[in-house]
Design a protein around this ligand. Structure first.
Ligand SMILES: NC(=O)c1ccc[n+]([C@@H]2O[C@H](COP(=O)([O-])OP(=O)(O)OC[C@H]3O[C@@H](n4cnc5c(N)ncnc54)[C@H](O)[C@@H]3O)[C@@H](O)[C@H]2O)c1
Ligand SMILES: [Zn+2]
Length: 377
């Protein structure tokens, strides 16, 4: 099958750079050809989610991918790490750096991240600092990573005080989003990825949101045509937003809808799978809509419509939907100071006027947000 290609253009100060996202079904089997010009007989290090080495019989895409890239590479070394945010840490990063260095790499060595957002974020971070920066390619294997984390060049690990506090901006050379790899993804992870998909409709594309309302079942049942549309639309919206704002000086922050609340919840949950990233984002987006309503920006009917789609998709919409996750409004408020949008103790939230229209609200009044949290928690 021929892939569809989205080009991500990044306008750097002096010159423009761009890279392709290949989207389609059964693409990994032809990865060698798709990536030929980047691999170019180089030494490859593939950092992959250990799911694929442990479950070879249920998901053979990884083996076929390795066979295909071997044809184009000088050598291929593999390194398995486990997914899940619990392992997105500095100590895991150190292990990766030491192991990769032991393969005698040089500045032409190419690193490939094969896994979900956790593998992509940490392997991408490693590639940005190894030998002061080597190139890398993203092969996202979860819906969340195919529609979001593999694109845009944010890499990093969690700090003990908060989510994604340590990291770099480092764009990949290319991305392959192969929908057939999703067949082994647990339902819970699929739904979590769908939360980030809904996010794009809410930020700037109401017609996409309406299409998701009509097609969520097909998407969650892994219908190929629907999945292709989901990935292409999501990546196009993301690439459109980041192209002039790679380092999040301005509008890139819109992509953070629901994440100020969401990251705080994840951090309090200690990343132990009680709650996973996409679920925290779903709750965070519902809170952002409710807060928008409280401040007079959006109608109650819009808040209810947003919550209805999350609910129908099997996602949580409030903190009380997560069993055994107890915390106070003060604990949540304290986490906001580690939000990367916070400046000089002044809080910034991404809010909505309506579905399809997010905006950046700086300098949010502390007492109002504290009152809101007391009502919500
Ligand atoms: N860099 C960015 O711009 C960005 C954007 C959004 C999210 N993120 C980050 O992404 C992370 C979440 O990503 P994620 O949801 O992909 O998590 P993940 O990488 O932890 O993957 C989720 C689970 O699915 C398993 N898995 C992966 N692929 C599989 C497959 N094909 N079949 C079966 N199991 C599979 C993993 O082992 C893991 O247990 C968070 O750390 C979040 O902060 C980063
Ligand atoms: Zn996210």
């Amino acid at each position: 099958m021929n892939p569809e290609i989205i080009n991500v253009n990044i306008n750097k100060k002096i010159n423009k750079s761009s890279y392709p996202i290949f989207v389609g079904n059964n693409l990994l089997i032809q990865a060698g050809e798709l990536l030929k010009k980047y691999i170019n007989n180089k030494k490859l290090i593939v950092i992959h989610d250990d799911f694929f080495s442990i479950n070879k019989s249920t998901n053979s895409h990884f083996d076929r991918f390795i066979q295909s890239i071997k044809k184009e590479a000088a050598s291929v070394n593999l390194m398995a790490i486990s997914g899940g945010d619990k392992t997105k840490t500095m100590s895991q990063l150190t292990n990766i750096l030491e192991s990769v260095l032991s393969f005698d790499i040089d500045r032409d060595t190419l690193l490939i991240a094969f896994g979900g957002g956790v593998v992509g974020d940490i392997a991408g971070f490693a590639s940005s600092i190894l030998l002061r920066g080597i190139d890398f390619i993203q092969i996202p294997t979860t819906l969340l990573s195919q529609v979001d984390s593999s694109v845009g060049g944010k890499t990093g690990v969690n700090g003990s005080l908060g989510k994604n506090l340590i990291g770099t901006f480092h764009q990949p050379l290319a991305v392959i989003a192969d929908t057939s790899i999703l067949k082994t993804l647990p339902r819970r992870e699929l739904r979590a990825g769908f939360a980030e998909v809904i996010k794009y409709g809410l930020i700037k594309d109401k017609s996409f949101f309406i299409w998701l309302e009509d097609n969520f079942e097909k998407i969650l049942n892994l219908n190929d045509i629907s999945l292709n549309k989901v990935i292409i639309t999501s990546c196009s919206i993301k690439s459109d937003i980041i192209q002039d704002d790679e380092k999040e000086i301005g509008k890139r922050a819109l992509l953070n809808l629901g994440h100020t609340f969401g990251h705080a919840i994840e951090s309090i949950g200690n990343y132990d799978k009680k709650i996973i990233h996409g679920e925290a984002v779903a709750i965070g987006i519902c809170m952002a809509f409710s807060f928008s309503k409280k401040l007079g920006f959006c109608l109650e009917s819009e808040v209810e419509r947003v919550k209805a789609l999350f609910k129908k998709s099997g996602l949580p919409t409030a903190i009380k939907d997560i069993p055994n996750l107890l915390f106070s409004s003060d604990e949540m408020f304290d986490k906001f100071k580690y939000d990367k949008k916070t400046r000089n103790n002044k809080l910034t939230f991404i809010l909505n006027n309506k579905i399809g229209e997010s905006f950046i609200k700086k300098d949010v009044n502390t007492e109002i947000i504290k009152n809101f949290l007391t009502e919500e928690i």
